[in-house]
Ligand binder design. Structure first.
Ligand SMILES: *[C@@H]1O[C@H](CO)[C@@H](O)[C@H](O)[C@H]1NC(C)=O
Ligand SMILES: *[C@@H]1O[C@H](CO)[C@@H](O)[C@H](O)[C@H]1NC(C)=O
Ligand SMILES: *[C@@H]1O[C@H](CO)[C@@H](O)[C@H](O)[C@H]1NC(C)=O
Ligand SMILES: *[C@@H]1O[C@H](CO)[C@@H](O)[C@H](O)[C@H]1NC(C)=O
Length: 405
């Protein structure tokens, strides 16, 4: 409530500044000034009253719905924003454009407009220029629903899907994109899936527009000079979604009998906020990158963040060979490499005593760095690129069968 109140005042302050500036340009008469002042005070009073009366109001339509710069990470925030600089700090609403500029005003017919129909998890990611970010040119990204008739592609985020679809008719050239980064075990089917979309985008390589959670990219000369961060913990695990039926839960119970695991997150009543996340993870020799469900290609920020932070991931997920399609074999430990949790625990304890052997896990850092996907932006830009290169008719008839089947 207090934050909102401050936002309201801030907002009014900015309006006031605007009016003052206007005054300077064309000085109105005394009576007009009085009128403006009285009207302004009246509006201010109503606003402040309204905000106090109903603190949950979305009156100011801040896109940072429900998340404030200072709130500790909610699960949503973790999920969406851990992939971006490990921070859950949202930018000010005024800093976030609703639409990127039209790239080529002179050649409008060549530009691809991608409309993001709903903010994923209710959080608007920053719209940046696909050209400078991904070398994909001629894209205009927008949240502005009034552009529905011009948009070449419309993105629908699975988790936020409701009956709230654009009114027909759908322009003949327009493609609808089903967008989802969760695994089939962790998102529900809904009634909107079949015979509606033209294109899919997910972590799954069989998507039309596959976007993994991260990747290893060439290191700069500076990055090649990597030093392992200082360690004061052996094994760490941050988990918010702790459920008895998860494979990782069974593994953890057995594993923790043989080794000390520093645990964090909601389940362990030990939440860490976004500022501490990087420090905590990098201070651990090993991090339990245990996915919530096992599916091909499904490895998430739980893998790519520790890799970026100089910590060795111990993974539960798809088989080792699937990981090795994305990261070097000596960059991680797979629980399947060991006959039992106890043997894994013994191995980690022995590695704790062997600095030389531990260092080998970072050989890949001489060449690569782990780069997390910029959630939303990367999808949007790649979708733009796809639409530019694929103007033909295409439809996803059996999305349920394909993704959940
Ligand atoms: C952020 O929140 C914490 C606790 O909720 C508070 O102590 C701190 O002063 C806040 N920081 C700012 C900058 O508002
Ligand atoms: C948001 O805006 C306020 C005032 O305009 C400024 O003091 C603050 O630093 C801004 N925060 C961010 C994250 O840009
Ligand atoms: C590599 O990093 C270390 C410390 O992190 C620094 O002392 C050294 O000068 C760096 N070497 C090069 C070639 O940049
Ligand atoms: C997209 O898919 C829908 C539903 O299958 C179909 O009616 C529409 O013609 C398709 N549009 C394009 C441009 O492929």
């Amino acid at each position: 409530m207090v934050t909102l109140h401050r936002d309201a005042l801030d907002f009014l302050h900015r309006v006031m500044n605007k009016i003052t500036v206007m005054d300077k340009l064309t000085p109105p008469s005394k009576s007009t000034q009085k009128l403006i002042l009285v009207t302004f005070m009246l509006i201010s009073f109503v606003c402040i009253f309204y905000v106090y009366y109903n603190p949950n109001t979305t009156f100011f339509k801040y896109p940072t719905v429900g998340i404030h710069a200072n709130s500790s990470c909610s699960e949503t925030c973790l999920h969406v924003l851990k992939m971006q600089n490990y921070e859950c700090i949202m930018k000010n609403a005024s800093d976030n454009p609703l639409t990127t500029p039209a790239p080529n005003p002179a050649k409008e017919d060549q530009d691809i407009i991608v409309l993001i129909w709903m903010a994923p998890f209710g959080v608007r990611f920053d719209l940046k220029d696909c050209g400078s970010e991904y070398n994909i040119h001629g894209c205009q990204l927008t949240y502005d629903r009034s552009m529905i008739q011009q948009a070449h592609g419309v993105m629908f985020h699975h988790r936020d899907m409701s009956a709230d679809f654009p009114q027909p008719p759908r322009p003949a050239f327009q493609k609808w994109i089903w967008w989802n980064m969760e695994s089939p075990s962790h998102c529900n089917q809904n009634d909107f899936l079949n015979d509606r979309f033209n294109v899919t985008s997910s972590y799954n390589r069989n998507s039309d527009i596959p976007v993994p959670y991260g990747r290893l990219v060439d290191a700069t000369d500076e990055q090649k000079n990597f030093t392992i961060p200082k360690k004061d913990k052996l094994v760490c695990w941050i988990v918010s979604n702790f459920q008895e039926h998860h494979k990782r839960t069974h593994f953890y119970y057995e594993f923790a009998k043989h080794i000390n695991v520093e645990t964090y997150g909601g389940h362990f009543n030990n939440r860490i906020n976004s500022e501490d996340y990087g420090n905590v993870v990098s201070s651990c020799k090993f991090y339990l990158s245990f996915e919530n469900s096992i599916h091909r290609d499904y490895f998430t920020e739980k893998l790519f963040n520790p890799l970026a932070l100089g910590t060795v991931p111990v993974v539960i997920g798809p088989p080792r060979y699937n990981y090795e399609e994305f990261i070097p074999r000596d960059a991680f430990i797979h629980v399947d490499d060991f006959p039992s949790p106890k043997e894994l625990a013994d191995h980690l304890i022995s590695l704790d005593q062997n600095e030389e052997q531990y260092k080998q896990f970072f050989n890949w850092r001489k060449l690569y760095v782990s780069k997390s996907t910029s959630f939303g932006l990367e999808h949007s830009c790649k979708i733009c690129d796809y639409l530019k290169r694929n103007k033909h008719y295409i439809a996803v008839t059996d999305l349920k069968g394909w993704f959940w089947g």
